[in-house]
Write a protein that binds this ligand. Structure first.
Ligand SMILES: Nc1ncnc2c1ncn2[C@@H]1O[C@H](COP(=O)(O)OP(=O)(O)OP(=O)(O)O)[C@@H](O)[C@H]1O
Ligand SMILES: CC(=O)N[C@H]1[C@@H]2OC[C@@H](O2)[C@@H](O)[C@@H]1O[C@H](C)C(=O)O
Length: 378
């Protein structure tokens, strides 16, 4: 199978902007990881996206677009068009004519129990504007086949794990951790399919906390948390949630956890405590794994919060495992999800499975995604 150049676009639950990454792949192995870029959302647009989560609660049919959601969908798509144009203008010649774009869109509602997941993003419009085939809506088919519709990044994590230098491959079974707005893990065994599930709140509670209490969008480096102490009773209240005892596959909506248990804490103690919640929620995942992982590789914006990573390291050490941030393994921890969407688009074009019974709970391995050919190619 010949390889293709693919672009992946991720606007995740942190709602901080659009991650863009290019990949050369055949959808099974990763030949080259290409250039990346981040197009941030300004504070006002982030607030509009947050408001959309409230509006989206009234959605019954996933095609419903109540309130301003139809306008917002066009605006999100327009921003992706611009982000890709800026990206293509900045990259080397060899990356300027991608074969396909994998488009995540913005999740505004995720209710796996009801079989509903909604990502705002108009794949046909993006394809027409860019004059490139676009694969979008990659979660829906998995849900139709009995899956959670998330996480989808495990197929890529598994391919990445096997592409790492020998010293890392020797540490299978390993776990990839993505600390985005929500955190999720992929357990990669020595043989067989990966096991994956969402593990709990990643940065979203920390972001909401410092935004409200200090007027900043995130706790850069974990500096605010570094001034505070962990309040164990609050961590215990968060971890008491029935979600953690549940076996995977399982997935979360951004609103499944909120700041209630942290109310009344002082700024720095709140940040430190929520960082501990993020780390401990991830570590608790071993209760649902067949074997202790030897290595945890940490991707996503949360790896830049030193307190989360410290807590992860301390917990992993107690389990005789080590923690590496993505860059220690030669990866780009900001781009992993966008790369995954490029990889999944390539898989979708080939009709390969995006999800597995062990990653989302689908009945059998399921492909997915909607292919939008640009005007003129239809
Ligand atoms: N320098 C930093 N220090 C601490 N935290 C950071 C830093 N930079 C980014 N972050 C955190 O990372 C978040 C963005 O992470 P990321 O882009 O991985 O999330 P996402 O893709 O939106 O989410 P998801 O994986 O849930 O879809 C920010 O909202 C912020 O909380
Ligand atoms: C419904 C939805 O958008 N879920 C996101 C979210 O952010 C992290 C976690 O929750 C994960 O399940 C998923 O994203 C990643 C990219 C995934 O599907 O693998």
């Amino acid at each position: 199978m010949t390889t293709m150049r693919a672009i992946g676009l991720m606007s995740g639950t942190s709602m901080d902007g659009i991650d863009i990454a290019a990949l050369e792949t055949d959808g099974e192995t990763v030949t080259t990881r290409g250039p990346t870029r981040f197009a941030p959302y300004e504070a006002a647009f982030r607030r509009r996206l947050e408001a959309a989560l409230e509006t989206a609660k009234s959605i019954v049919d996933r095609r419903d677009r109540p309130g301003d959601l139809a306008d917002l969908e066009r605006e999100i798509t327009r921003r992706h068009v611009q982000a890709v144009r800026d990206f293509l203008a900045a990259v080397g010649e060899e990356w300027r004519s991608p074969s396909v774009v994998g488009f995540h869109g913005q999740t505004v509602l995720h209710r796996p129990g009801l079989g509903v997941t909604v990502q705002l993003g108009d794949g046909a419009l993006l394809a027409d504007e860019l004059a490139v085939p676009v694969v979008h809506d990659m979660r829906a088919n998995d849900m139709l086949r009995g899956g959670q519709g998330a996480p989808l990044v495990p197929a890529y994590h598994a391919a990445l794990a096997r592409s790492l230098p020998d010293a890392f491959v020797a540490q299978l079974p390993m776990v990839f951790v993505n600390i985005g707005g929500i955190s999720n893990i992929t357990y990669v065994p020595r043989d067989g399919d990966p096991i994956a599930f969402d593990t709990g709140p990643g940065n979203t509670l920390i972001d909401q906390w410092v935004s409200r209490e200090a007027g900043v969008p995130f706790d850069a480096g974990g500096a605010i948390a570094s001034e505070g102490s962990v309040v164990r009773s609050v961590v215990a209240r968060y971890l008491d949630n029935a979600f953690f005892a549940k076996e995977g596959p399982k997935s979360l909506d951004r609103n499944d956890f909120n700041l209630d248990p942290a109310e009344g804490l002082e700024l720095a103690d709140g940040s430190r405590t929520l960082a501990a919640v993020s780390a401990e929620a991830i570590l608790k995942s071993v209760e649902h794994l067949p074997e202790m992982p030897k290595l945890w590789i940490v991707c996503g914006g949360g790896r830049k919060n030193a307190r989360i990573v410290d807590d992860l390291r301390a917990g992993a050490e107690r389990m005789r495992a080590s923690v590496a941030v993505a860059e220690d393994a030669g990866l780009d921890g900001d781009a992993t999800e966008a790369e995954a969407w490029a990889f999944l688009a390539a898989r979708s074009l080939r009709g390969l499975p995006l999800t597995f019974p062990t990653t989302t709970g689908c009945k059998e391995p399921a492909t997915g995604g909607v292919l939008n050919k640009p005007k003129g190619a239809r």
